[in-house]
Structure formats: C-alpha cells, structure tokens
Design a protein around this ligand. Sequence first.
Ligand SMILES: [Zn+2]
Ligand SMILES: [Zn+2]
Length: 197
Amino acid sequence: MPAASSHRRGAASTDRRPAADPWKVDLRELGRRPGSMRELERSVPAREGWGVEMIGVPEDALVELHLRLESVMEGVLVTGEVVAPVTGQCARCLEPIEDTLTLDVQELYAYEGSTTEATSEEDEVRRIDGDFLDLAPLVRDTVVLTLPLSPTCTPDCSGLCVDCGLRLDDLPADHSHEVLDPRWAGLADRFTPSKEN
Ligand SMILES: [Zn+2]
Ligand SMILES: [Zn+2]
C-alpha cells in the first residue's frame, strides 16, 4: 500500500520575498554614483533590548528616522536625526519616567570590498550587506550610548525618605521622623525640647 501523500510540505508560496525588515534600506534606489542622495523619513518599531538597566526604548515603540543617505566613494554616509521614545524608572525615587530622545547621527557604512572595509577591523566600521544597509545597529548603539545609567525624574530629585519610603519631593520640606529606636524612646521623652520650661 503506497504511503499517503505526505510530501506536501509548507503552504504554496508564490511570494518568496523575506518579510521586509523596516530597518533595512534597499540601496538599489540610491545607486553607487558618489553624490547621489536620498532622504529617508520612516517610523520603525524598536527591537527588543534597546536600553540599559533602568531606562530604554520599549520594544515596538515607534522610532522616527529623519535621515539622509549619501553615496560616497567608499560607501554610504548616513546623517540626520533619530527620535526615540524612552521609558524607565527614576534611580532615586523609582517614579516612572517618560521621555523622548532626539539624537544626531552621522555614520559611514562601507561597501563590501572598499578600501575602508579592507583597512578596518571587523567592529570598527559598519558594513553594507549586499544591496542593504541595516540601520538597526546604528540606532541601537546611538540610543544606548546616550541613556543615563542613573536616570532621574527631575534633575534634582531628592529620592525617598529612608524612614518611611515616601518620595521626599511629595512631602513637606520639614518632613522628619521621631526617634524610632525603642531603646531611646524613654530618653526622648525626658529631653523633648518643647517641654523646656
Ligand atoms: Zn525621582
Ligand atoms: Zn519619611
């Protein structure tokens, strides 16, 4: 008895293009003639893990790219501005932080086989992969290098009261606690300043 037709593998795929990665720029439109230029205006969802300990770009949050791609001898020069939303937590009082970073970028991506590529270490220069330039590593690095390791909700956030754990900025300026150690409670009673004569 012949085996049932078990060789129907996968759905019929007439369209074999890989899912388009919005961070990749197809350079075929730009061409290789030095001086050739192209504006790139795009909002692209952030990838996972673009942050440091207490602050970062939420995954899938839209990052705006306002870039200009310019063909140069050795590759493609990317200049412009990146606007990225960031969320995190104040390192002093733990309040949530929301902010928007606006960052300038300027980076040369080298063509495969160019002198720049040949004379640079693997991690020294960004490379063009075939017809595509991947903006994600550039934007990720630019954002992560800008993020503060100890973000604060306001530049002079006072943090939390060490005794009650409330935010000092939400409390009156004279907020304080009586002596908490029970061993001193008796002494405190005897020497309460308000009982002076
Ligand atoms: Zn704070
Ligand atoms: Zn307190």
